[in-house]
Design a binder for this molecule. Structure first.
Ligand SMILES: [Zn+2]
Length: 406
């Protein structure tokens, strides 16, 4: 959910909700002052009340443009340890910095100190608690959410690890956090020239970030190096590449749109997956000589059985990428080159042989050394990552995700 969509949901929820006055946070804490300000323009009375409580004036203000179309993100930092983030002057997040020596956490939440553990916060705040993903505790405060951030790996059981409490409109895990606007790893990858997006410079900046291991290209989308030539060919209405930030985990979505300007968004995983992308045309239709030559050496899609296997080829060699289950929680897949006997059986029996082979791989626990497929699994070898990337690129138009985004 984008931050904008989160704010729209907030105003709907607010109008529908009968407030539960029994919850402790409404009666005993100053959190309602923050909750009521989220989603308001900075000049609205509810926002003014919060800013007045935060301090006479911010002692630090930073701002940056985020994405394209651009949102102006402003951070107001108060000497009281409170930080307010505005998007185009709308209050989107408020943080109580517990480690800021000046913040009086107990003035906002009686019973909460910078040394509070998660259990102590649960008692002090008195609101329903949840977890986003594996390690993000949060509280539901009526129509909005407060994340409790702790240092260390799930450090919430030990005192002294509380970093801060941040109130946002979007349910944690479903959208990006406004405080990631300033992610030191990915906030600077969009390059502008006189206000407009410099597409080539942005592609270079993204490529540098990939080389440095800061961003990881998602091969279910257009390859970064193919973005500009595909767009220039005008064969697709919209070409998009997606890259995941290894630090803040946001997905950078950079799209070039036919007959319109470029778009650059930071998304959570779920919203990034819902972006549209048509099938990518054959490289001969848009690639230069070098790119077409490289494609000769690449793996190519041949056939697949949804949820079970993909057949790909490189020149005359055939490879089966077969899915198998390690446990109820873990799925994996093995890439096996068809040997002479497999190829013969495939010629004779067609797909049904591939289904049979995929079934033996699935049942044969290829992750175990005792499996007959262990040594044949190319994903398990030293160049496993290159094989994975090559298969992902070959099947880009045929994955479950591809069916859903077209
Ligand atoms: Zn980041």
């Amino acid at each position: 959910m984008t931050i904008r969509a989160g704010l729209a949901r907030l105003s709907r929820t607010r109008s529908m909700q009968r407030s539960d006055r029994m919850e402790r946070w409404r009666r005993k804490t100053k959190l309602p002052l923050i909750v009521d300000a989220i989603g308001l323009h900075v000049t609205a009375s509810g926002a003014r009340r919060l800013l007045d409580a935060a301090g006479p004036a911010p002692d630090g203000v930073t701002e940056r443009l985020v994405g394209e179309p651009a949102i102006r993100s402003r951070r107001l930092h108060y000497a009281t340890g409170i930080e307010v983030i505005l998007h185009d002057e709308i209050v989107v997040a408020v943080t109580l910095h517990a480690r800021d020596a000046t913040v009086e956490l107990s003035a906002w939440i009686p019973g909460a100190s910078p040394n509070a553990t998660l259990e102590e916060l649960v008692t002090a705040i008195g609101a329903p608690r949840g977890f986003a993903g594996f390690g993000q505790p949060y509280f539901t405060l009526g129509p909005v959410y407060a994340t409790a951030d702790f240092a260390g790996n799930r450090g919430w059981n030990e005192p002294g690890n509380l970093v801060g409490i941040t109130v946002v409109a979007t349910k944690p895990g479903l959208g990006c956090r406004p405080d990631d606007d300033d992610c030191i790893a990915c906030a600077e990858v969009l390059v502008r020239d006189h206000g407009a997006v410099d597409v080539n410079a942005t592609v270079r900046a993204l490529g540098d970030a990939v080389s440095a291991g800061i961003l990881v290209e998602d091969l279910h989308w257009v390859r970064l190096s193919d973005l500009v030539p595909l767009h220039a060919s005008r064969l697709m209405p919209r070409v998009e590449c997606q890259l995941r930030c290894t630090r803040c985990h946001r997905i950078v979505c950079f799209a070039l749109v036919r007959d319109s300007g470029p778009r650059f968004e930071y998304c959570a995983m779920d919203e990034a997956r819902r972006h549209p992308l048509e099938a990518i045309p054959a490289v001969e239709l848009w690639g230069d000589e070098e790119r077409i030559a490289a494609d000769q050496e690449a793996l190519h899609y041949v056939d697949h059985e949804p949820g079970a296997w993909f057949l790909v080829r490189r020149k005359d060699a055939l490879f089966l990428d077969a899915r198998y289950v390690v446990s109820s929680m873990v799925d994996a897949s093995a890439l096996v080159r068809l040997d002479a006997a497999d190829v013969e059986a495939y010629r004779t029996d067609g797909r049904s042989y591939l289904c049979e082979l995929a079934r033996s791989i699935h049942d044969g626990s290829p992750h175990r050394e005792t499996s007959p497929f262990y040594a044949r699994n190319l994903f398990g070898g030293s160049d496993g990552k290159q094989w994975r990337d090559a298969v992902a690129t070959a099947i880009v138009n045929h994955t479950w995700l591809a069916q859903h985004r077209q």
